[in-house]
Design a protein around this ligand. Structure first.
Ligand code: ZN
Length: 134
């Protein structure tokens, strides 16, 4: 396989936030996602937590909180930016190429992003539930 083939194969790998992972590892998706909410949605979550399932939280962030300017700010750690990108896309699966294209809008030096780097980050993550699409 040529180098170009390898890179395009890598770029084609798709990831998503696996809600089952949170369940299986006994973690709360709500806790991880709460700080991504805008003020109004935080208050809504606090007042009616049972109405906010993981899926409805994601849809909510896609349609509301992610529209606020600064939702993905340059100061955020790279993994947090990636997490928020998935949320703003409603957690549809994104290929590494799509991720890098979207991420580069929020980085000073997008050239530092290679599909290898992003794949390693996503595969090693133990916090955000990133999962490779089979
Ligand atoms: Zn909101």
């Amino acid at each position: 396989m040529s180098e170009t083939d390898r890179i395009s194969e890598l770029e084609g790998l798709s990831y998503f936030i696996d809600l089952d992972w949170f369940q299986e590892s006994g973690r709360s998706f709500t806790v991880v996602v709460e700080h991504c909410l805008c003020l109004a949605c935080k208050e809504r979550l606090a007042s009616e937590p049972e109405a906010m399932t993981s899926t409805s939280l994601i849809m909510n962030i896609r349609d509301c909180c992610s529209k606020a300017s600064g939702f993905i700010s340059p100061e955020l750690p790279l993994l947090e930016k990636i997490f928020r990108l998935f949320l703003s896309n409603g957690d549809r699966s994104l290929s590494l190429a799509e991720l890098i294209a979207q991420l580069s809008l929020y980085l000073d030096s997008p050239t530092s992003l290679s599909p290898q780097t992003i794949r390693r980050l996503l595969d090693n993550d133990q916090c955000y539930g990133f999962c490779r699409k089979p």
